[in-house]
Design a protein around this ligand. Structure first.
Ligand SMILES: Cc1cc2nc3c(=O)[nH]c(=O)nc-3n(C[C@H](O)[C@H](O)[C@H](O)COP(=O)(O)O)c2cc1C
Length: 207
């Protein structure tokens, strides 16, 4: 019998710096009993190897086993799909969850989505989210932004995507890197409408 989860969310991790945001988000989504349809680009795997000591395997099936164990996911809670797995639910409006997050979102993927390239499963899943008018949350990280990046973000924002830059604030007086990561992840969870206690809400503590 297939397991029932509180919610389904697609999460794509692309090759921008800040994979820690994605890993923390995945942990929070699992804790919130979401089923996560996960996609990890090739470049993201290079970033994982550069920025962490995680030891993430390369193949989708192995990633699924590894991440499910790491975050103590229920059976079937984390489903990892490969870059050309076109039969995955996320590749069609009839199977895709109501929300998709791309975190972090490289400027390359941003541009591919803005022009509808759909050359890999991440780009296709984002294209599906846009055509179906579903929630698409993009977490770009680049500095500075070129006019191309800004135009792509404006175009996607006008189509209904939420552009939520990996750009932590400091008014919560962070003392650790985890505090900075949680600042961004809290924003994403709030966009998804998921309750969390990663940060006090504005007005509860800061005034
Ligand atoms: C360690 C590392 C850090 C990177 N950081 C960024 C970044 O912050 N933002 C970005 O847009 N691209 C960054 N890149 C470049 C992208 O990974 C590259 O453009 C890649 O083609 C993106 O592919 P993807 O969108 O399929 O993941 C980085 C690459 C590496 C290896």
């Amino acid at each position: 019998m297939s397991e029932v989860f509180a919610r389904r969310v697609s999460l794509a991790i692309t090759g921008a710096s800040g994979v820690q945001y994605a890993l923390r988000l995945l942990e929070c989504l699992v804790a919130a009993d979401c089923q996560v349809f996960l996609m990890i680009s090739k470049a993201a795997q290079v970033v994982v190897a550069t920025e962490t000591t995680l030891g993430l395997p390369g193949a989708a099936e192995q990633q699924e086993i590894f991440l499910s164990a790491k975050y103590q996911a229920r059976s079937g809670q984390i489903k990892v799909f490969g870059r050309e797995q076109w039969m995955a639910p996320v590749a069609s409006g009839s199977g895709a969850p109501s929300s998709m997050v791309i975190c972090p979102c490289s400027t390359g993927t941003l541009s591919a989505i803005a022009c509808g390239a759909s050359n890999n499963l991440i780009e296709r899943a984002a294209d599906v989210a846009l055509k179906e008018r579903r929630q698409l949350i993009l977490v770009p990280r680049e500095a500075p932004f070129s006019e191309i990046h800004l135009e792509n973000m404006l175009k996607l924002s006008r189509m209904g995507a939420v552009v939520l830059p990996a750009c932590p604030g400091f008014y919560h007086q962070p003392t650790t890197i985890d505090d900075l990561i949680d600042f961004v992840v809290a924003r994403i969870l709030s966009q998804l409408g998921l309750e969390h206690a990663l940060l006090p809400r504005w007005g509860e503590k800061y005034i």
